[in-house]
Design a protein around this ligand. Structure first.
Ligand code: G6P
Length: 617
């Protein structure tokens, strides 16, 4: 949510910032702006709309420099206007700053600063911080302080902030210093040779260096062309750990695909293989996870699991509930992280908390994790965000290794989470009652998934044709039972997110208790039924829809027998074990929503109002 790029070095900063912003655009795309620090001072350019608008505006500007900061905005405080666009320059012209997060006490800050003679030209909370830094900077000057005046001013201003921030700041009197700081919003430092890049995530850094320092909350970094130093809020020096990014730039390019979303849908077989690599026992009867930091004995003492997350990842948690309860016989509870963090939920002392998050940065998930830790619970994270805040703060966890996911609508990260929770069900099951033979069978089923997904993807053109038929409808129902219920929720969410069609996911049998009132010729239903003992019951639910003239698309597995003429359209997925069916059933739903959105002319990779990583509450 909001993307930041800052640079100090020897290269032309303008192109570098723009290139970084393009890569971070999925974090927010309401407006964007940059400051180039040229020999004449700050050159500020801002534009409403996509980064492409800023690129165009910047090409007409001749300012050159090797230090600068930039921002792509997802609006929180104040509408989408040029004056609300970052960077915000303090009213005395001394400080330029970009900010990701929310300054909660900005109203009182603003009142104080107005009395002190500062003025405001935006409705943002961020401008208050840039003026507050300028206030402290001026004060330091009066107090006769020295070369660290800029740094001290930032530190002092931040000590008054309530809320969250990731910031990049420059001062007009310091052409050789760039400052960054974070609390609650991600900020990463790319360490190059004589150059440093500050960014909200690795994708803006990877083309320049793969050496990064993940800043922790309450840390500040000061960079010059000769080096950098990281300090704590108490101004104590910190020994930075330099990590290596484990993916390369091609992984985050669109390649031959028209959209990232389609590319990422087709990357699923590889992402699933990566999630399993090296994670089965030699005897092929169970899963192995190196990072749980819990012994089998400790895990045996756990008698309840709590899964929490947001958005698509929350649907993975619901699937975890079905799979873990079924295969491992451990009760699982699922909570929205945004609710859990403020709810005083009574948890048993033998509860283990799992957070599931693609990015590892979602603020509500982070809040729930911290709340669980504050109460003394052991927390584990399932995340794709290597080095992310949640990965670092959890007591242990499982990396997805799905590779960078750029499309705002999550696809490969979701199915990789589904695979990991199935592996977890196997692992926990084998610690308890699951036999060697059942374990070996499940391992075989899990290993077959990448190929089964490949087979499912062959339906691409068939699904495209179905999408063309249904793209004009305004309402959809997605219906499934048992583990297909969360998949129905995910199908509805995908369609809503990228095509702006109203869609609801429901347990198929529950439809009778309300949503059935919506059924008519104008409201198609997508049923997901993959066999098993409830298949006949789902067929009855379909009959109920057909009796009311509702159109039906049925996603079913190959061996299911569907009466002739019952449904309008079918998408057939391969037969497979129940443990992997949620993955296979998801793929056609992703393609269906993708092609419907394309048919409607929607911007699939950057849907209206959404952001990939939500780092504000
Ligand atoms: C945002 C994204 C969703 C995502 C959710 C949780 O809302 O648009 O696609 O599922 O955040 O993100 P996380 O990174 O925690 O999985």
């Amino acid at each position: 949510m909001c993307g930041i790029v800052g640079y100090i070095g020897k290269k032309d900063v303008r192109n570098l910032l723009l290139e970084g912003l393009k890569r971070l655009e999925y974090r927010g795309y309401d407006s964007s702006g940059l400051v180039v620090f040229s020999p004449t001072g700050f050159n500020v350019i801002k534009r409403i709309g996509r980064v492409a608008k800023l690129v165009e505006a910047t090409s007409k500007n001749s300012a050159k420099g090797t230090l600068g900061i930039s921002h792509t905005r997802w609006a929180t405080h104040g509408g989408v206007t040029e004056s609300n666009t970052h960077p915000h320059v303090s009213s005395d012209g001394k400080i330029a700053m970009v900010h990701n997060g929310v300054i909660e006490n900005y109203v009182e800050m603003k009142k104080f600063l107005e009395i002190k003679g500062f003025s405001f030209s935006s409705e943002t909370d961020s401008e208050a911080l840039s003026n507050l830094i300028a206030y402290h900077y001026a004060k330091e000057k009066e107090d006769g302080e020295d070369t660290s005046r800029f740094f001290t001013a930032v530190r002092k201003a931040l000590s008054h902030v309530e809320g969250t921030y990731g910031i990049a700041v420059t001062c007009v009197d310091y052409p050789d210093e760039l400052i960054g700081a974070r609390k609650g919003s991600p900020l990463i430092l790319g360490v190059g040779k004589g150059e440093y890049i500050l960014a909200s995530d690795e994708s803006a850094i990877i083309t320049h260096t793969s050496n990064v320092v993940y800043l922790d909350d309450n840390e500040m970094v000061s960079m010059s062309r000769d080096g950098f130093r990281v300090v704590s809020a108490a101004d104590e020096g910190i020994d930075p750990v330099i990590n290596t990014i484990d993916w390369n730039i091609e992984d985050s390019e669109k390649g031959k695909f028209e959209h990232y979303m389609l590319k990422e849908i087709f990357e699923q077989p590889a992402a699933l293989e990566n999630a399993m690599r090296g994670r089965f026992s030699d005897d092929g009867s169970t899963a192995i996870f190196g990072g749980l930091n819990l012994t089998p004995r400790e895990l045996r003492q756990i008698d309840r699991l709590l899964f929490t997350s947001c958005g698509t990842a929350w649907h993975s948690c619901l699937v975890a509930e079905y799979l873990i309860e079924r295969y491992a016989r451990i009760p699982v509870e699922v909570e929205y992280a945004s609710e859990l963090r403020y709810r005083n939920a009574p948890l048993d002392k033998n509860t283990l908390v799992f957070v599931v998050t693609q990015s590892g940065e979602t603020i509500d998930t982070l809040g729930a994790l911290r709340e669980a830790q504050r109460r003394g619970y052991r927390t584990l994270a399932i995340t794709n965000g290597v080095g992310s805040t949640i990965a670092r703060e959890a007591d242990g966890g499982i990396y997805q290794h799905a590779g960078p996911e750029v499309g705002v609508a999550s696809t490969k990260a979701f199915t990789s989470q589904l695979l990991i929770v199935a592996m977890l069900a196997l692992y926990l099951g084998r610690l308890r009652d699951m036999s060697y033979t059942d374990g070996a069978e499940m391992v075989k089923a899990l290993r077959s998934v990448p190929n089964l997904v490949r087979e499912t993807l062959k339906q691409d053109q068939h699904i495209k044709a179905i999408a063309a038929k249904y793209a004009g409808y305004a309402d959809f129902l997605f219906l499934g039972r048992q583990a297909m219920f969360p998949i129905a929720l995910e199908g509805a969410l995908k369609l809503k997110e990228i095509s702006y069609i109203h869609a609801e996911g429901y347990p198929a049998a529950e439809m009778k208790h309300g949503p059935i009132a919506l059924i008519c010729e104008e409201c198609p239903s997508v049923f997901i039924a993959t066999g098993g003992e409830i298949f006949q019951k789902v067929l009855s639910n379909i009959q109920e829809v057909k009796a009311r003239k509702g159109k039906v698309i049925l996603i079913h597995s190959k061996s299911c027998e569907v009466p002739d003429g019952l449904v309008d359209d079918t998408i057939i997925i391969p037969d497979a074990a129940d443990s992997v069916m949620p993955i296979l059933a998801t793929v056609p739903l992703q393609l269906l929503s993708y092609y419907i959105a394309v048919e409607r002319g929607c911007d699939v990779d950057k849907p209206r109002n959404l952001a990939k990583s939500v780092t504000v509450e």
